[in-house]
Design a protein around this ligand. Structure first.
Ligand code: CO8
Length: 258
C-alpha cells in the first residue's frame, strides 16, 4: 500500500474507505491530494477483496471546499494544462462502484468529485455548489456536464452562473443525492449501502456500473450496445448461473466472483 500525505485509506470488510484528510483547510483538493486519491482508488480497484469504495471528508465542516485556490492563484493556462487533470480521468475510469459520503460543504471540485461517484449519501447539513464564477472561473472537472445531466439546464445554469449553494434535501429531490441522513450519520450509512453492493456478484456489479455509466457518456445506441454486450458476457460467469439456479432451487446464492 502506498503512503499518503493528504488522504487516509481503510478497509471495512469488502469496503474500501478513502478519507480526504485536510480538515483545517476544509479538505481542499490540491494537486497532490487528487493524485494520491487517484492512486489509492486504483489500488482498491485492483484489489479483488474490495467490492465497493466510499469516499468521504475528514472533520465536521466539509467533504471538500473545492480546488486549492492558494495553489491555483498564480498559475498560467499551461501550468493548469500540465498540472495533473489526468488524475480526474483516472478517477473516472475506476470500475468498482464508489459512494460519496458527504458532510458539510461539497463545493467546486468537491462537488465535482462527489459527482464522479456512483451513489451519494449526504448528511442533512451537506450543501453543494459550483461557486467558481465568484472567483472568475468556471467548473473544470466535469461540473457543468454532470450537473446538467442530473439537474437539467435551468437549475444548473443558476448554480454555475450565480454560485448559489443547494442543500441536501433539494439535491435529493433532483436525484443527485440518494439518501439524506441525520448529521454525522453519512459515513455509517454510506458504508451500510456499500456493504449491500459488496454482497452482490462482483463481475455483474462492475458490468452494471459500466452499463449505467454508458447512459451518461454515450449516445443511446452505443449505451444499449454496452448493456447488451455486458448482459451476454455475464452468461460466461459461474455466479450468473449460480444466481439463477439458487432462485429456482429456493436457496441463497453463493457468489465467488467467477
Ligand atoms: N482553497 C484554498 N483554501 C481554502 C478553500 C479553497 N477552495 N476553501 C477554504 N479554504 C481555507 C481557508 O482559506 C481557511 O484557511 P486559513 O484558516 O488558513 O485561513 C480554511 O480553509 C477554513 O476556511 P474558512 O475560514 O473560509 O471557513 P468558513 O467556514 O468561514 O467558510 C467556505 C467556508 C464558505 C466553504 C469558504 O471557505 C469558501 O468559500 N471557500 C471557497 C470555496 C470555493 O470557492 N470553492 C471553489 C474553488 S475553485 C474550484 O474548485 C475549481 C475546480 C476545478 C477542477 C478541480 C481541480 C482540482
Amino acid at each position: 500500500m502506498s503512503e499518503y500525505q493528504y488522504i487516509l485509506v481503510e478497509r471495512d470488510e469488502a469496503v474500501g474507505i478513502v478519507t480526504l484528510n485536510r480538515p483545517k483547510q476544509l479538505n481542499v483538493l490540491n494537486h497532490q491530494l487528487v493524485a494520491e486519491l487517484a492512486t489509492a482508488l486504483e489500488e482498491l480497484d485492483q484489489d479483488e477483496t474490495i467490492r465497493c469504495i466510499v469516499i468521504t471528508g475528514a472533520g465536521e465542516k466539509a467533504f471538500a471546499a473545492g480546488a486549492d485556490i492558494k495553489e491555483m492563484v498564480d498559475k498560467s493556462p499551461m501550468d493548469m494544462m500540465l498540472g495533473g487533470f489526468e488524475a480526474w480521468d483516472r478517477i473516472r475510469r475506476i470500475a468498482t462502484p464508489m459512494i460519496a459520503a458527504v458532510n458539510g460543504y461539497a463545493l467546486g471540485g468537491g462537488c465535482e468529485l462527489v459527482m464522479h461517484c456512483d451513489m451519494i449519501v449526504a448528511s442533512e447539513n451537506a450543501c453543494f455548489g459550483q461557486p467558481e464564477i465568484l472567483l472568475g472561473l468556471i467548473p473544470g472537472a466535469g461540473g457543468t456536464q454532470r450537473l446538467a445531466r442530473t439537474l437539467g439546464k435551468y437549475r444548473t445554469m443558476e448554480m454555475v452562473l450565480t454560485g448559489i449553494q443547494i442543500n441536501a434535501q433539494e439535491m435529493a429531490a433532483h436525484g443527485l443525492v440518494n439518501r439524506v441522513v441525520p448529521q454525522g450519520e453519512h459515513l455509517k450509512e454510506a458504508v451500510k449501502l456499500a456493504k449491500i453492493v459488496a454482497a452482490q456478484p462482483p463481475i455483474a456489479v462492475r458490468l452494471a456500473k459500466q452499463a449505467v455509466s454508458g447512459a451518461f457518456e454515450t449516445p443511446l445506441e452505443e449505451g444499449l450496445e454496452i448493456e447488451r454486450k455486458n448482459f451476454f458476457l455475464l452468461f460466461a460467469t459461474e455466479d450468473t448461473h449460480e444466481g439463477m439456479r439458487a432462485f429456482i432451487q429456493k436457496r441463497k446464492a453463493e457468489f465467488h466472483g467467477k
